[in-house]
Design a protein. Structure first.
Length: 176
């Protein structure tokens, strides 16, 4: 009886270990997302993001907070100016992204969504665009290689999140 119990325990341990190893390697992206999520402040959200736009904006704020310009550039849907833009954004908003950040989502978000980031620590406001790329995956438009352009406050956005039509869903733009 002892021998059978020992073999059963060894077999069970081998199966559990193999399952854990397989699980970790098969879903590496999910593990990275979970690690990022637990290592950063939560993003406050206003409006109606899509799943893709929310995940993309969340990753962008994390990359800003980490000072990871390469990781931010990797989120670009078009890499023409992505590296320079990512460096500008990290330089301008990186320190503030480590604090409280509110993302105000505009438009309906099926393939494109304008988002205004409000950085509580610095009082800065940044308009970004999340959209689907050629492969239908979500990314960011990173087309601000000039630092002045990258740091310009949007002229249409309210001074505080949620003080516009971002709370309403639908297809009409709230930037009219």
């Amino acid at each position: 009886m002892t021998r059978k119990t020992r073999l059963t325990r060894i077999t069970l341990a081998a199966v559990v270990t193999a399952g854990l190893l397989t699980g970790c390697t098969s879903n590496d992206e999910s593990l990275t997302y979970q690690t990022d999520y637990s290592s950063h402040r939560p993003l406050r959200v206003v409006g109606y993001p899509s799943t893709g736009s929310l995940e993309t904006v969340q990753k962008a704020v994390w990359r800003l907070a980490d000072g990871d310009a390469d990781g931010l550039a990797a989120l670009a849907v078009d890499d023409t100016d992505a590296d320079a833009t990512a460096r500008n954004w990290v330089k301008a908003f990186g320190a503030a992204a480590g604090g409280e950040v509110t993302a105000d989502f505009y438009d309906e978000g099926s393939v494109r969504q304008v988002v205004v980031l409000y950085f509580a620590k610095s009082g800065q406001i940044k308009e970004i665009e999340a959209r689907t790329g050629d492969d239908d995956s979500w990314g960011l438009t990173l087309a601000e290689p000039d630092l002045a352009e990258a740091t310009a406050k949007p002229t249409w956005a309210p001074s505080k999140p949620g003080h516009s039509n971002s709370r309403t869903s639908g297809t009409s733009s709230s930037r009219n």
